[in-house]
Design a protein. Sequence first.
Length: 79
Amino acid sequence: MTQKPVEDMTFEEALAELEQIVAQLERGDVPLEESIARYQRGADLRARCAKKLEEAQEKIARITLGENGQAAGLQPFEA
């Protein structure tokens, strides 16, 4: 089974797979070598989720407000 590269995943995809990995590791029925590989993939997925959340926070922080205090537009986000 070929796994989708972590860097190509959306936040939702990465989070769903991370939840599956955590459940598998918590059950403890995975052989040691496979557990290590899954733990590493989980760490990569966690980092992807953190990056996507950080990007979302940056976008929110760039929302500009008009004179009336209402959102007036967005400034371009540059990663």
